[in-house]
Design a protein around this ligand. Structure first.
Ligand code: 5AD
Ligand code: SF4
Length: 486
């Protein structure tokens, strides 16, 4: 598979397509007497979220208006293929759009994301959903304007699935960020690890790191624009730079990011335990702006299962990293991903998972039931675990994890934490929500004695000291004591 940089000529072609589409949509808007709208549904991980922000950037440039209302004039489904159930959801949604498309022939439907790297999914859309206008895979995301133009001109389905893994320079792309204080910054694309259960190396291609100086330029620009939180993203950030031959590592990048003035929070994910270096932990302990939270997927607590998953670490090695992190970052938090019911997992293997969860005391955990992904090595394993056993084990794991999270939340009561305010809570008006440096979710009120609460947006991206008053199962509640002047 070839890896190519998107060239300046490519960007010229893309920008020219954007200009033509802008004229097309403006003419349409005049005809129907209102601006045209777009809606992007994003499934899956933060990298998909980041891709959607780029698609939104292009659509904004074309003069379209973002809307939550569905269907919009342009509808994009940015899909995820990490587990089976995502497929069913997409097909259900596309079915619903059939009658809408009959009512409004000018409506545009696009499907992109990781599901579009799987041949059967593309074949199914071409056969069963011929009214889908464009299909492209994650590596061809930047080509969306060219494809859209092609489909409008030809009135045919435009498909762009390619064997080239592109690296697009984000500095040349429009990006409409979802949150005004948070910037998602992919530092690398793809994955080389081939964990035996995982489809990502097939959908996102080989590991390719963005140029070091380009990332630093982007970060400096983001700081100047006033972003307070940056999230450095990659399937395995710890292997950043290995393909560059420029002697730059993730440690160099993290250190350089921490030295840029203006960011209150630097976050990063995901760290693979086999590549996480002591140096990264030292950097986390040194710089105040780096969050004291490590997302360290364990997947299983059993050495037998870890080996069959091709994870390249043992339970003992994993626990060694945890010990090191706890020593150097005593206030830090650890979160994880866990798969229950991997082929061949015995009751004893599962109990090893329960015991590692109990030992690490994760502050949060994303728990998944194993899902067969055709094309992966584990899909060929014959000792698949029966669904009733998986369901029963999953319930036990959830119960344990919920107890640990609640205990962790209870330990916070009575203490005061620095919180980056994210905005209004989704559960109640006049309640704000934010995260501590350890990524703990905090809901809080602002007492009138501190300041008059008017508009939640006003507080987004500000830092404040919050005293925790109550623990809830998945969050904590508190009261704002003071704002931090930066
Ligand atoms: N089944 C269940 N969970 C999976 N994950 C990845 N592939 C699968 C699968 N086939 C989980 C892993 C990974 C997270 C992003 O998704 O725990 O860390
Ligand atoms: Fe999938 Fe493993 Fe790569 Fe993570 S490290 S994306 S689990 S193959």
């Amino acid at each position: 598979m070839a890896i190519e940089k998107v060239s300046s000529e490519d960007f010229e072609r893309i920008n020219s397509a954007v200009d033509k589409l802008k004229m097309y949509f403006s003419k349409k808007a005049n005809e129907i007497g209102r601006p045209l709208t777009y809606n992007i549904r994003t499934y899956g991980c933060q990298l998909n979220e980041s891709d959607s922000e780029k698609l939104a950037g292009y659509l904004d440039q074309m003069g379209l208006v973002d809307t939550d209302a569905q269907p919009a004039d342009v509808n994009i489904f940015n899909t995820c293929s990490i587990r089976e159930n995502a497929n069913d959801r997409l097909y259900g949604n596309l079915g619903v759009y059939k009658s809408e498309k009959l009512k409004n022939k000018d409506m545009i439907i696009a499907v992109c994301g990781c599901m579009m790297k799987v041949d059967e999914n593309i074949a199914k859309i071409r056969k069963s959903f011929p009214y889908v206008d464009l299909i492209f895979d994650p590596q061809q995301l930047h080509l969306m304007p060219i494809l859209l133009l092609k489909s409008l001109n030809s009135k045919k389905q435009a498909v762009e699935i390619n064997d080239v893994d592109y690296i697009a320079d984000d500095n040349n792309m429009p990006i409409t960020r979802k949150r005004k204080f948070r910037a998602l910054v992919p530092i690398m694309y793809g994955c080389n690890n081939f964990c035996t259960y995982c489809i990502v190396p097939f959908t996102r291609g080989r590991e390719r790191s963005r140029d070091f100086d380009e990332i630093i330029k982007q970060l400096n620009d983001l700081a100047k624009e006033g972003y307070k939180e940056i999230m450095l993203l990659g399937q395995n950030v710890n292997s950043y730079g290995k393909d560059l031959g420029a002697n730059k590592s993730f440690a160099d990048l993290l250190r350089a990011a921490a030295q840029i003035k203006g960011f209150s929070r630097i976050r990063f994910m995901t760290s693979h335990p086999k590549d996480l270096s002591d140096e990264i932990i030292d950097i986390m302990a040194t710089y105040d702006s780096i969050e004291t939270h490590l997302h360290l997927p364990v997947q299983s607590g059993s050495n037998y299962v870890l080996a069959r998953m091709n994870r390249h670490y043992t339970r003992e090695q994993y626990l060694h990293i945890v010990k090191l992190f706890r020593e150097k970052v005593p206030e830090g938090a650890i979160s994880t991903d866990i798969i229950v019911g991997f082929p061949g997992e015995t009751e004893q293997d599962f109990e090893d998972t329960l015991s590692i969860v109990e030992e690490v005391k994760y502050d949060s955990a994303f728990t998944f039931q194993y899902s067969i992904r055709p094309g992966t090595k584990a899909a060929t394993y014959e000792d698949q675990v029966p669904q009733d056993v998986v369901t029963e084990r999953f319930g036990r794991l959830l119960e344990l994890q919920n107890r640990l999270v609640y205990e962790s939340n209870q330990r916070m009561v009575g203490k005061t934490y620095e919180v980056l305010i994210e905005g209004e809570s989704s559960t109640a008006p006049d309640i704000l929500t934010g995260r501590t440096k350890c990524n703990h979710l905090v809901n809080f009120i602002i007492p009138e004695s501190v300041c008059k609460f008017t508009d939640a947006n006003e507080f987004e991206g500000k830092l404040a000291m919050i005293k925790i008053t109550e623990a809830k199962p998945y969050s904590v509640e508190g009261v704002l004591e003071s704002f931090i002047n930066e």
